[in-house]
Design a protein around this ligand. Structure first.
Ligand code: SF4
Length: 179
């Protein structure tokens, strides 16, 4: 800080929270095939994912913000993927990386899920076979842009409203049960 400048800054809480979130998106890699190798290379010195604050790849869903699904997903794996998604804390986002994760790719067979959006909600899709690390970077930048426009206060209001509605429902059912 330069001499004579004020020792504070003013801003909105919403903007501060979004700024913190979008510069610390920690990925959880769910890699099952070749696209996972492309994801791994985004962590190398050549691409350097830490430039956008996402270098901390987490291997526990409870510490991750972004689920990166890269590779073919079979119906046998579907419940596992869903459970991992459910174990992640809110707010959470999902990137579907590569043709296989987005649509089943060229596997037109009984065992392959034709797109992970049949199991979990997807925020960003990356096409290609394989998806290049540059495309993954682009997806992360797009996700950052999306988060920038999300309002933390509105999210909290919506959550509190939902909780209040479920408490009211629960109270009504207890009252009815006592009658
Ligand atoms: S999209 Fe292509 S490169 Fe990626 S997992 Fe499927 S087959 Fe492999």
């Amino acid at each position: 800080m330069q001499n004579g400048s004020p020792g504070f800054f003013a801003g909105k809480l919403d903007e501060l929270v979004s700024w913190g979130r979008l510069h610390s998106l920690w990925p959880f890699p769910y890699g099952t095939a070749c696209c996972a190798i492309e994801f791994m290379s985004t962590e190398s010195a050549r691409y350097d994912l830490s430039r956008i604050g996402s270098e901390f790849v987490r291997f526990t869903p409870r510490q991750a913000d972004v689920l990166v699904v890269s590779g073919t997903i079979t119906f046998k794996q579907a419940p596992i993927l869903k459970r991992i998604y459910e174990q992640m804390m809110e707010p959470k986002w999902v990137i579907s990386m590569g043709a296989c994760a987005c649509s089943g790719g060229f596997y037109d067979c009984y065992c392959t899920v034709p797109g992970i959006d049949r199991i979990i909600p997807v925020d960003i899709y990356i096409g290609g076979c394989p998806s290049r690390p540059e495309a993954f970077f682009d997806a992360m930048l797009e996700l950052q842009e999306k988060i920038k426009n999300q309002s933390y206060i509105e999210e909290r209001k919506k959550k509190l409203k939902e909780q209040w509605e479920s408490i009211k429902e629960w109270g009504l059912s207890i009252r009815n049960w006592k009658k």
